[in-house]
Write a protein that binds this ligand. Structure first.
Ligand SMILES: [Ca+2]
Ligand SMILES: [Ca+2]
Ligand SMILES: [Ca+2]
Length: 378
């Protein structure tokens, strides 16, 4: 009987511990909310002469939970964001998470990396232009200039996050492989003024604990890990992401080969009456992006040369060969209804604009194209 009583007491204790464990796991990751009043009493039970006496209970010990400022800035980009020279509204994406225990505003600033290593390993070598920082409105995923217009995070609850964009333009002069790296810094602000950017929080590190007032403690980490962009426990956090320029790197070259002269087709020379073939090479072999809408023009020296209706290329006079395999040919001197002509679109000029619409042709990244045509020496 005594033993069973003892065991039931142990079971009750275990149940109590289990309940405590459950309460901890149900608490938010940010912990107990700032300003929560916690009040406890202590009780002692005792016996006198084997007779249980009325338990004695203390006065309540009451205090309020202080504000812990904590936040995490993290990019959601997993590699450099690829951009084209001249592109506008290019976006680096981050999340800002309130990991503290109270509602806060968060102000947003950017620091442009100046040289050194980018987030994803490249070396920063240029600054983007027309930089803005905007908060996702929640209306449509991704950055929409007309929708995502807020420039600070307003009244962010504990344990919640918002998406933030650094938005830039890329100068037309940037070259393939250029890197522009950016740090987003969020700074914890006060809260309460809805729709208004409240001032930055100051902490109460220099004052003694007052159990009856909500004091503020910074608990944030060092975002860049080097103490240069932000430091631990300064009410800020940061992360970094990079733009990488991907561009076509077009070069063009022009060579001539003599095909025949009026006297020899085995060892022809460049005498009057000789036929010469021009080969123009448009090279994008080192480019990282397709070169599109290419229109080739070549003003001929018609004092000394005559365009040849050679029919040398599948019965036509001009050949466009993309990546040594995709061949299109054109009649040279008819009206330009086929995408290649001599002297029709522009006098004395060879024009290859690909199709009847004049849309131009594409040389994909890593490839080249040649245009061939023949002339006779006057
Ligand atoms: Ca949006
Ligand atoms: Ca506010
Ligand atoms: Ca910090």
């Amino acid at each position: 009987m005594k033993n069973s009583k003892y065991f039931s007491h142990i079971l009750a204790m275990l149940a109590g511990l289990a309940m405590t464990g459950g309460m901890v796991s149900n608490a938010s990751a940010a912990g107990t909310a700032a300003g929560t009043t916690i009040s406890n009493t202590a009780t002692v039970g005792y016996q006198v002469g084997s007779i249980a006496q009325t338990p004695v209970t203390s006065a309540a010990a009451t205090f309020v939970v202080d504000t812990m400022i904590d936040l995490t800035v993290a990019t959601t980009d997993t590699a450099t964001v690829k951009v084209t020279p001249g592109a506008t509204n290019q976006v680096l994406q981050f999340t800002v998470t309130n990991t503290g225990n109270a509602i806060q505003d968060f102000s947003l600033t950017r620091i442009a990396q100046n040289g050194g290593t980018g987030k994803f390993g490249g070396t920063d070598n240029f600054d983007a232009t027309n930089v803005g920082i905007f908060v996702e409105s929640g209306a449509t995923p991704g950055y929409q200039p007309a929708e995502d217009t807020a420039t600070f995070i307003d009244e962010l609850s504990a344990d919640t996050a918002r998406t933030v964009y650094i938005v830039v333009d890329i100068a037309l002069s940037q070259a393939n492989g250029d890197i522009s790296s950016h740090h987003l810094i969020a700074t914890a602000g006060l809260a309460g003024a809805i729709g208004v950017e409240d001032p930055a929080v100051t902490e109460d590190s220099g004052t003694a604990d007052n159990k009856d007032t909500v004091q503020t403690v910074f608990a944030d980490g060092d975002g860049d890990g080097a103490g240069s962009i932000d430091t631990a426990t300064n009410g800020k956090h940061s992360d970094q992401s990079d733009f990488e320029v991907q561009s076509a790197t077009l070069s063009i070259s022009k060579l001539s080969t003599v095909i025949s002269d009026p006297f020899s087709s085995t060892n022809p020379k460049r005498i009057p009456g000789a036929v010469v073939e021009y080969t123009i090479t448009i090279d994008n072999s080192t480019g990282a992006a397709d070169a599109t809408s290419i229109v080739l023009t070549d003003l001929l020296d018609t004092t000394n040369l005559t365009f040849s209706d050679s029919a040398a290329y599948s019965g036509n006079d001009i050949e466009l060969n993309i990546n040594s395999g995709t061949i299109t040919t054109y009649i040279g001197t008819d009206a330009d209804d086929d995408g290649g002509d001599f002297g029709v679109i522009t006098a004395n000029t060879l024009t290859v604009d690909f199709n009847a619409a004049g849309a131009g042709f594409t040389v994909p990244a890593g490839q080249s194209a040649t245009v061939k045509f023949r002339v006779t020496i006057n």
